[in-house]
Ligand binder design. Structure first.
Ligand SMILES: [Zn+2]
Length: 293
C-alpha cells in the first residue's frame, strides 16, 4: 500500500466501523455475524439468485448514497462556512438524512432504512470491541447513528415510518419525541440553506470513475451503474451555487472509506466501501436483532 497521502490527514474520516474493519478484517466481521445469527434471511431465502444479487447491490448503493450525502455535508459546511453547533459528524449525518427525507420518494425512504440497517449491523459486529477511543472519537457509535436516522424518519412522517421505527425497536415514548428532533433539524437546515438554489451560477461538478481490475471490478461497476454518484452531483448542481468547482472521484483507495478533501474540494469514494457494504448484506442471517421493517 502506498503511504498515506496528506489529504487523508486533512479529510474527515467517515466511519468508526471502517477503522474496526482495519483492525479485524471483513472475514472476521462476516464470521461473527454468521455466528451470532443476526440479520435478514428468511425473505432472502425466497429470492432467486438474480433478485438477491440485485438487492445486495441496492443495499450497498443505498448505504453508499448516505455516506456520500454525509461527505457532501462536510463540503457544504466548509465551502459555505456554515455554523455547526455540536459535533460536525452528527450534523453531517443529520444533513444526509434531511436531504433524503426532503426528496419524499419511496426510494429515499428505502435508502435511509438501508443506511440505518447498515449501521445496526456494523454496530452489532463491533459493539463488543468498543474502547475509550470509540467514546472520545468524533463519531457517534454505530448504533446511535442508526437510531438517529430512524428517529428523524419517524419524526418527519409518523404515518410513513412508524413501521420502520417499530421494527428497529425504538420504544413509543422515544418515537413520540422524534418529531421535535426532526423539526429542529428541519428548521435549522432550512434557515441555513434557504435561497442557496436561487443564484444563477450553479455549482460546477465533475464526476470520474477510475477503472479497476480484480476483485474490486464488480463492486466498482455496480457503484457506477447505481447512479448514486450522479445523484449527489445533481444535488450540488441544482441546489447550490458554490464558488469553487467540485470533484467527485471514485477509485481504489486501499481501504474502505470516503472522504471530503478541503484542499482540492473533492469527495473521494473508495470502491472498497461498496465492496464492504455488499459483503455486509451477504453475511446476514435470520434473527431478531436486526429485523426487516
Ligand atoms: Zn464525516
Amino acid at each position: 500500500m502506498t503511504p498515506l497521502p496528506r489529504w487523508l490527514l486533512l479529510a474527515h474520516v467517515l466511519i468508526t466501523r471502517k477503522l474496526a474493519m482495519r483492525r479485524f478484517g471483513p472475514s472476521f466481521a462476516i464470521a461473527l455475524l454468521v455466528c451470532l445469527g443476526l440479520g435478514a434471511g428468511a425473505a432472502q431465502g425466497q429470492q432467486t439468485g438474480a433478485e438477491r444479487q440485485a438487492r445486495v447491490i441496492e443495499f450497498a448503493a443505498n448505504n453508499s448514497l448516505f455516506v456520500l450525502y454525509h461527505e457532501m455535508a462536510h463540503l457544504l459546511v466548509d465551502q459555505l462556512g456554515l455554523p455547526v453547533l455540536g459535533r460536525e459528524e452528527d450534523a453531517a449525518d443529520n444533513m444526509a438524512s434531511w436531504i433524503l427525507l426532503n426528496k419524499g420518494t419511496p426510494e429515499a425512504g428505502t435508502a435511509l432504512t438501508d443506511a440505518a440497517r447498515g449501521w445496526l449491523l456494523s454496530g452489532l459486529v463491533y459493539g463488543a470491541e468498543l474502547d475509550d477511543s470509540d467514546f472520545y472519537g468524533n463519531h457517534s457509535l454505530d448504533r446511535q447513528r442508526a437510531f438517529q436516522i430512524v428517529c428523524l424518519m419517524v419524526g418527519s412522517d409518523v404515518e410513513a415510518y412508524t413501521s420502520v421505527a417499530n421494527a428497529y425497536a425504538i420504544d413509543p415514548g422515544r418515537q413520540d419525541t422524534c418529531p421535535d428532533d426532526y423539526r429542529l433539524v428541519n428548521r435549522s437546515l432550512g434557515k441555513l440553506l434557504a435561497g442557496r438554489d436561487r443564484k444563477k451560477s450553479k455549482t460546477r461538478v465533475e464526476v470520474s470513475f477510475q477503472a479497476v481490475s480484480g476483485a474490486l471490478r464488480g463492486p466498482a461497476e455496480a457503484f457506477e451503474a447505481s447512479g448514486v454518484f450522479e445523484q449527489v452531483a445533481d444535488e450540488l448542481r441544482r441546489n447550490y451555487s458554490l464558488r469553487k468547482p467540485v470533484q467527485l472521484n471514485a477509485k481504489r483507495c486501499g481501504e474502505a472509506n470516503a472522504f471530503y478533501d478541503p484542499d482540492t474540494v473533492e469527495i473521494i469514494f473508495c470502491y472498497e466501501m461498496m465492496q464492504d457494504f455488499m459483503a455486509l448484506y451477504t453475511s446476514q442471517k435470520p434473527g431478531k436483532a436486526v429485523p426487516l421493517p
